[in-house]
Design a protein. Structure first.
Length: 301
């Protein structure tokens, strides 16, 4: 496996903070995203490299292993387990008159090469058989708009240079993590692959506030409709809806639109509710005639 300088890919220094790495990734991901560069093979390749770099450097644990083991960072845990086992075996051998010494720096690369090049055999209970190791788990963060998760849809992710076709269920929440079994690092010596964990970062730039499966919004209501009653049309995620306004509606009045909220995760056809709060707008720039009429109303009250 060829060594790739992920710090260089993201354009950050090796002592960069996690926040700096995250910001660099976001900036480059937007710049080279396939949707913004249709048909551009170079941009697509760059986008894959950026995502791969983020999988490694965007996760503090993966970054620590990468800084220590370089291109072999995915096998860090397996190496450390095998090293510990060999140390324990050496300690037992020393009790029988043998000698024990820890790995030297010069032994490190030779041992690592033999272990993951297929030449290492563990001293298992079966005796002499190659040790099998589970692949490394991957962690990735997927940035979506709230409108993207209102309906179930498919999306292609690029993780470590591999394209993964993923179905994203409607109703996914911000910060939610899902597991894609077997899409992590490759197992060693026939061991099972690791898993891919995807954390969702959902941006909400709409006028709706989301709380679980329910949505909340505030709409302006003119004074005359509030007093006399009438009808207003409001936007929802599923289209426009007409609301009847009762006469003498008060400021901060709340109404519930059942089933007009957000879809319930993995429960097709089920939705939360939409809660609407009315804010009565006092008219400004009144004409002399309007002021006179309001004075007449005040006298009647």
């Amino acid at each position: 496996m060829k060594y790739i300088d992920y710090y260089k890919v993201l354009g950050v220094k090796k002592n960069a903070s996690q926040k700096e790495i995250k910001n660099a990734y976001k900036k480059l991901a937007r710049k080279y995203h396939p949707d913004l560069n249709p048909g551009d093979a170079a941009a697509e390749k760059k986008f894959k490299e950026i995502n791969e770099a983020n999988v490694v450097l965007g996760n503090p644990e993966n970054r620590k292993k990468y800084d220590k083991y370089g291109k072999d960072w995915e096998h860090a845990e397996e190496f450390e387990k095998a090293q510990k086992q060999r140390q324990q075996q050496g300690a037992r051998w020393s009790g029988g008159g043998g000698t024990y010494s820890d790995f030297s720096e010069s032994d490190f690369s030779d041992f690592f090469s033999s272990m993951f090049g297929g030449g290492f055999s563990g001293a298992s209970a079966g005796g002499g058989r190659s040790r099998r190791f589970r692949g490394q788990d991957y962690n990735a963060e997927l940035h979506l708009d709230i409108k993207d998760v209102y309906k179930t849809h498919k999306r292609t992710l690029t993780v470590n240079g591999k394209n993964i076709r993923l179905t994203i269920p409607a109703g996914v929440k911000n910060g939610q993590t899902i597991k894609i079994k077997g899409h992590g690092g490759k197992g060693v010596n026939g061991g099972p692959n690791g898993d891919l964990y995807i954390k969702f970062a959902i941006t909400n730039n709409t006028r709706f506030k989301r709380d679980g499966d329910n949505l909340y919004t505030t709409i302006d209501l003119n004074l005359y409709t509030a007093i006399l009653g009438g009808e207003v049309t409001i936007d929802t995620f599923s289209g426009k809806v007409k609301l009847k306004i009762k006469p003498e509606t008060q400021n901060e009045t709340k109404v519930k639109l059942k089933g007009k909220g957000f879809p319930v995760y993995k429960k097709e056809g089920k939705f939360g509710d939409l809660f609407v709060t009315f804010k009565i707008k006092i008219p400004t720039g009144l004409s002399a005639k309007e002021k006179e009429l309001f004075k007449e109303l005040a006298k009647l009250r």
